[in-house]
Design a protein around this ligand. Structure first.
Ligand code: NAD
Ligand code: MG
Length: 394
């Protein structure tokens, strides 16, 4: 096999940076051929100097000239493009055979679908795209005939604990998927203790260093809710066969419970490079720069039931999954608007679940027909969320 040409969508983010770190360790196996960022041209240009891709794309068209200028000044000769269409075209195009979908939020949907349809090896970190359009993504994968390998640590753990990747669960003897949750920075707090928490407190995750949106999702447990939905689609598990258990040490990344009573777990230090390296090299194993796990130093592994009354978002995600259709896309869109408002200081922490709950009540689920309709429903849910925000908090 030749060197894999990897398109890193979201190259300047937390997952993107970890991906490039693994790629840099294995120049004989991987090359970063396409790099995509939203608007951070300084960081993107610095990555281009280091990785010399064939193509660099900035999603915001107003930043293209700035990127081109920086690259010219640095003597980097790669092609430059901009706009969401360029991102989608590159995800499906000839410059990469592997796509790391690490854009944050619904903005990653089109490029994720395009990579799947084009039969790329798809390394999926962008959980929002599968939460929005799970059926569409699975359809696109069937059409393209490529592999999807989960990068989200829980799903990567489950992937590793299943025989042969993503088999049908019933015939494989699987009883339940058990997703672990760290519990986030506010684990153990009551609702009364969460009224005044700030964005910086919410983003100070005890175990994982991540982008701000997913950090807030981890603090509300919406991240685990999105992951339950993600697990449902990726592994074909019904909601009742997915359990969440809080595990504050974040060493067990998830588990698979089999009908004979065996529970297989994947463990490791909390470092996304493990899941990324597993996904990049699958079915081989390669070094990821992650320190060996020292179990004796950690001494104990704790497990608790999640507090669904305080962390309503997890319960809402289960409800949306059970409602079916596009309810999970509505949940995702309302959550993105609410998290943005929380990060901007205009919505209190507990308001995030309130906004999501009201929007789910306002917009009953419709069947998912196609991408255009889904994108329209996403926009409708965002408008509804802004309406709730305006009425309740302005
Ligand atoms: P981040 O905020 O650190 O990075 C996001 C990246 O996406 C940046 O490179 C940004 O420039 C790019 N981006 C944002 N909007 C874009 C747009 N419209 N078009 C093109 N590029 C755009 O986020 P992150 O923590 O790396 O998370 C990325 C995705 O991976 C999220 O969906 C998250 O849920 C998922 N994920 C992250 C982690 C983690 O440890 N960080 C773990 C599991 C899953
Ligand atoms: Mg995760």
């Amino acid at each position: 096999m030749g060197i894999r040409q990897v398109g890193v969508l979201g190259a300047t983010g937390s997952i993107g940076t970890s991906t490039l770190d693994v790629i840099a360790r294995h120049p004989d196996r991987f090359r970063a051929s396409v790099l995509v960022a939203n608007r951070g041209t300084e960081a993107l240009a610095a990555l281009c100097v280091r990785f010399r891709p064939d193509l660099a794309i900035v999603a915001d068209p107003s930043m293209e000239a700035d990127l081109a200028r920086r690259l010219a000044a640095a003597g980097v000769a790669c092609a430059v493009a901009s706009g969401p269409e360029a991102v989608t075209a590159a995800a499906a195009g000839p410059l990469c055979d592997t796509v790391v979908a690490a854009i944050v939020g619904a903005a990653g949907l089109d490029s994720t679908l395009a990579a799947a349809r084009a039969g790329k090896r798809l390394l999926l970190a962008n959980k929002e795209s599968i939460v929005m359009g799970g059926e569409l993504l699975l359809g696109a994968l069937r059409e393209g005939g490529g592999d999807l390998i989960p990068v989200d640590s829980e799903h990567n753990a489950i992937f590793q604990c299943l025989p042969g990747g993503r088999p049908a669960l019933g015939p494989a003897g699987v009883r339940r998927l058990i997703l672990t949750a760290s519990g986030g920075p506010f684990r153990g707090r009551t609702r009364a203790q969460l009224g005044q928490v700030t964005p910086d407190e919410a983003c100070a995750h005890p175990k994982w260093s991540m982008g701000r949106k997913i950090s807030v999702d981890s603090a509300t447990l919406m991240n685990k809710g999105l992951e339950v939905i993600e697990a449902h689609h990726l592994f074909g598990a019904p909601a009742d066969a997915i359990e969440v258990v809080v595990h504050p040490q974040s060493l067990v990344h998830s588990m698979v419970d089999y009908v004979d009573g065996s529970v297989l777990a994947q463990l490791g230090n909390p470092d996304m490079r493990t899941a990324i390296a597993c996904a990049l090299a699958y079915p081989e194993r390669i070094g990821a720069g992650v320190a060996p796990l020292d179990l004796a130093a950690h001494a104990r592994l704790d497990f608790e039931t999640p507090d669904l009354d305080t962390f309503r978002c997890l319960a809402l995600a289960f409800e949306a999954l059970r409602a079916g259709g596009d309810a999970t896309a509505i949940l995702n869109a309302a959550n993105e608007v609410a998290v943005e408002a929380f990060l901007a200081g205009t919505l209190p922490f507990l308001g995030i679940a309130e906004v999501v709950e009201r929007v789910l009540e306002e917009l009953p689920a419709h069947p998912v027909v196609d991408v255009q309709t889904l994108v329209g429903r996403d926009a409708e849910a965002r408008r509804a969320a802004r309406g709730v925000l305006h009425r309740a908090y302005c």
